[in-house]
Design a binder for this molecule. Structure first.
Ligand code: GDP
Ligand code: MN
Length: 417
């Protein structure tokens, strides 16, 4: 699921007619100050990260003056909330809140539901899991019949909402569903939906995630990587994704584990698994001998040689890696000769760019293993410190890990590090 920042979701709220406070994005305390000055009222300053619980964590701050806004913003910039660094804050007019509601929509894919479910509670502002069942109205939407404005009015009414608040909340939930549908969301949530002292109902927060499978028709969302990422994708991640985006044959999943900055110290292995489980086995084997991986890569599902080649080129481009490990800890039913061709071509191009004797351990077995092994052995003959293993070792992760370690140690001695 592609995730969005609160401020991005709120821009969509405006387009769908859901009231939300006027806000300005700021990337430094000075920008936060200017934003507060422009708003010209007391403000709330909210860290923009892909995680909730900011209120409790001190990542929602209040300020009465622009100077105070700069000072408060300075206390959250650069800090981490749930492992995510704050690089952006959203400065909004501070609301005078008298009540907090909850409104949310998810796709429930369980057998009994298989469709969107709208949730509404008069007890918002807290973790929604902690709200008791009788305080939560649920509505399964019949996607054939569609939703009617009176459905959402009845929902709010069933929770005791009345008068001018009801006539605002009903349409807000209805519009929320229109947005959910229009943007192919998997989840969309307003927590809290607030009632202010002057009687207005507004969305004070937004959490939004969309369906990756629908991104082909959601260019308007500007999602860079149609996959669940914990953080904003790095340059490495984006390059990895480009292989997937431009070639649907087989799969390649590539993620940055260490930033180029962290890689400066060396000591990391360029890592390449085949299949999720096997890839984890290989990482364990590395960790057990005290080696760490620079990246996570898994190319499987019968990828073409060209896809494997691109994955390898990216892995090998990481600065200061001290080895390359192909962890094929599985008797894959994909045709491994395609794999072997991709590996050989990339290594023949990349190895000459590294000091002679750059450690390489390749484990590859499964369907078309014999020709695959032949391709590897012939293609990489004459390269120092390249070890190639077949099915004999598919169960022996500790042996393979040990070989990687031994080669890395020899290599480090050779380099004098
Ligand atoms: P979350 O904790 O990450 O979900 O962030 P929220 O945007 O939901 O903010 C947390 C809490 O801060 C809300 O439940 C509100 O109680 C409070 N809050 C957010 N915006 C305002 C505001 O404009 N005025 C006031 N008084 N409180 C706010
Ligand atoms: Mn919230």
């Amino acid at each position: 699921m592609a995730k969005f920042y609160e401020y991005q979701g709120k821009e969509w709220f405006k387009k769908y007619g859901i009231p939300t406070p006027e806000g300005i994005v700021a990337r430094s305390p000075e920008e936060a100050k200017a934003a507060a000055a422009k708003i010209g009222k007391p403000v709330v300053i909210k860290a923009q990260v892909w995680a909730g619980g900011r209120g409790k964590g001190g990542f929602v701050q209040f300020a009465d003056t622009p100077d105070e806004a700069a000072a408060k913003a300075a206390t959250i910039f650069g800090k981490e909330h749930k492992g995510l660094e704050v690089k952006i804050v959203y400065v909004e007019e501070k609301l005078s809140i008298v009540k907090e509601f909850y409104a949310g929509i998810i796709v429930n894919s369980s057998k009994d539901v298989r469709g969107p479910v709208i949730m509404f509670s008069p007890e918002g502002g807290v973790e929604i899991e902690s709200v008791s069942e009788d305080k939560m109205a649920l509505l399964k939407v019949d996607v054939i019949k569609g939703l009617e404005p009176y459905d959402t009015l009845n929902m709010a009414l069933s929770m005791g909402v009345k008068g001018k608040v009801l006539t605002q909340i009903g349409p807000i939930i209805f519009k929320l569903y229109k947005m959910f549908e229009g943007l192919d969301c998997r989840s969309l949530e307003i927590n809290p939906l607030v009632l202010t002292a002057d009687g207005r109902v507004l969305a004070a927060d937004c959490r939004m995630a969309t369906d990756d499978a629908a991104l082909f028709r959601q260019g308007q969302l500007g999602v860079k990587v149609g996959r669940e990422f914990r953080k904003e994708p790095s340059e490495f991640d984006l390059m990895g994704w480009s292989f997937e985006e431009t070639d649907l044959r087989g799969t390649s999943y590539i993620a940055e584990m260490k930033t180029p900055e962290e890689l400066k110290v060396g000591r990391y292995i360029g890592y390449h698994g085949i299949g999720g489980g096997a890839a984890m086995l290989g990482m364990d084997a590395m960790n057990k001998v005290g080696l760490e991986v620079a990246d996570y890569a898994d190319a499987s599902g019968n990828p073409t040689a060209s896809k494997v080649y691109r994955v390898l080129k990216l892995i090998m481009a990481q600065p200061n890696i001290e080895g390359y490990f192909l962890a094929g800890f599985m008797m894959a039913n994909q045709e491994q000769w395609h794999y072997a061709h991709g590996v050989v071509k990339a290594l023949r191009e990349e190895l000459p760019k590294k000091p002679e004797g750059f450690p390489v351990v390749l484990l590859l077995c499964g369907n078309k293993e014999e020709p695959a092994q032949k391709i590897l052995k012939e293609g990489l003959a004459g390269y120092k410190r390249v070890e190639i293993y077949d099915r004999t070792y598919v169960y022996d992760a500790s042996f393979i890990g040990g070989r990687m370690k031994a080669l890395v140690e020899e290599y480090r001695k050779q380099l004098g590090v």
